[in-house]
Design a protein around this ligand. Structure first.
Ligand SMILES: Cc1cc2nc3c(=O)[nH]c(=O)nc-3n(C[C@H](O)[C@H](O)[C@H](O)COP(=O)(O)O)c2cc1C
Length: 386
């Protein structure tokens, strides 16, 4: 998220002066929309949002200034403000499909905690944005700056506790104001014109505010929050991992043995290496390389082939190599015919502070849509966004 860090009172006052010095309603000649008069108080904001590719019209040459914006649309607007980042984050909302125009925006908004869900796995994508939710999303986008509480509105009691600081911030910074004398109308739906004004005011304030030097982020941001880690010798599990990569848009990490398995090592009708390892509780085949940004991953899809009903011992090596406390592990496997059985449950003790979801077995030839159905079913059980 663009940093809009808490500022000292001097910088804050300076920002206020600069922001308020910007004429909000500059004269315009032609707005380009049949329903936005050049003299309208919001005409400049509407044009600003179009020119900065934040908000467009609704078609037929109209902007619909008195219309509302859905939550999916607001997520998209803020995502555009952030230059449309692609994030690796497991979609958690059952009402947001994986391939819509707003999917990436909602994924980003949830991952950055700019907009959360309602609980129960719902984002409320079609719901109109209220005025308090409009300023809350902007305030969160601005990294939740501290602001001294302003004067109470007449309808102060209607402002939800989660939105209180955001309203104070928006008013103090000239981003949004009352709808009439002393009335903020927090639960009224924001109009598209009001949102355009708030966006323009916020964006201008941000551009004219001296930014404090940002400290380096202690956690690397490459790689995303979902990791797909898998071990595969004959490429069946790798095929499932590749489907997951396409569905989730995340990178893959292949668990590569330091000593590769030969065909003879896998010949389970003999006293082969694989059989010996599976029969040795202490076997921990070494792994070549490792995950260098494990700290940033919240969810790990962990894939393996079934060997004699269990996960290969190299999966034990993998789990013991990292501190997986607090992470959610989602096991999946391929096999000739065996179910996942006890193979995943028997791994729990190797990462006891992780949250383990039920595992899923696939045939080596499972299609992408089979894998996608399983991923979609997980939104119900993964933690909802804060
Ligand atoms: C040593 C060994 C043991 C196996 N044990 C089982 C088993 O118990 N049940 C089963 O259905 N398949 C078993 N298989 C078959 C594999 O689970 C299956 O081929 C799997 O999809 C291979 O995955 P991969 O191509 O990702 O390595 C075994 C394979 C090997 C090499």
């Amino acid at each position: 998220m663009k940093k809009f860090k808490q500022l000292g009172s001097f910088i804050f006052a300076l920002a206020m002066v600069v922001a308020l010095a910007v004429p909000v309603y500059a004269a315009v000649e032609d707005t380009g929309y049949s329903d936005v008069d050049a003299g309208a108080s919001y005409a400049e904001a509407v044009i600003y949002c179009r020119e900065h590719e934040l908000m467009n019209g609704v078609g037929n040459g109209r902007f619909d200034p008195e219309g509302t914006l859905t939550r999916a649309e607001l997520a998209t607007v803020l995502w555009r403000l952030e230059d449309k980042p692609v994030v690796n984050y497991l979609m958690q909302f059952s009402d947001v499909d994986s391939d819509t125009w707003y999917t990436e925006a909602v994924r980003w908004a949830a991952s950055e905690k700019v907009m959360g869900g309602y609980g129960g796995g719902m984002f409320g994508r079609k719901d109109p944005v209220t005025r308090q939710d409009m300023v809350t999303a902007l305030w969160r986008y601005a990294d939740r700056p501290d602001t001294e509480a302003g004067e109470d509105f007449k309808d102060e009691a209607d402002i939800a506790s989660y939105a209180s600081a955001a309203v104070d911030w928006a008013v103090a910074n000239g981003i949004a104001g009352p709808v009439s004398d002393g009335v903020f109308a927090p639960r009224t739906n924001a109009t598209r014109a009001q949102i355009a004004i708030a966006l323009m005011n916020y964006d201008r304030t941000k551009q004219t505010t001296p930014t404090a030097p940002t400290e380096p982020d202690p956690t690397p941001s490459e790689g995303g929050r979902v990791l797909i880690a898998y071990f595969s010798v004959t490429n069946n599990t790798e095929g499932i991992a590749n489907h997951l990569k396409e569905i989730l848009g995340t990178d893959l990490y292949e668990i590569v043995p330091e000593t590769p398995y030969t065909s003879a090592d896998l010949n389970y009708n003999t006293d082969c290496r694989a059989n010996r390892e599976q029969n040795d509780a202490s076997a921990r085949p070494a792994i070549s390389g490792g995950v260098d940004n494990m700290v940033q991953h919240d969810v790990i899809f962990l894939g393996y082939p079934i060997w004699w009903g269990q996960a290969p011992k190299i999966i034990s090596t993998f789990l013991e190599n990292y501190d997986l406390s607090g992470k959610t592990i989602v096991p999946f496997c391929t096999s000739g015919s065996s179910p996942i059985g006890s193979s995943a449950i028997n791994l729990h003790s190797l990462a006891p502070a992780a949250t383990w979801l039920d595992g899923q077995r696939f045939s080596g030839s499972a299609s992408r849509s089979t894998v996608e159905s399983w991923v979609n079913s997980l939104v119900q059980v993964l933690k909802p966004a804060a």
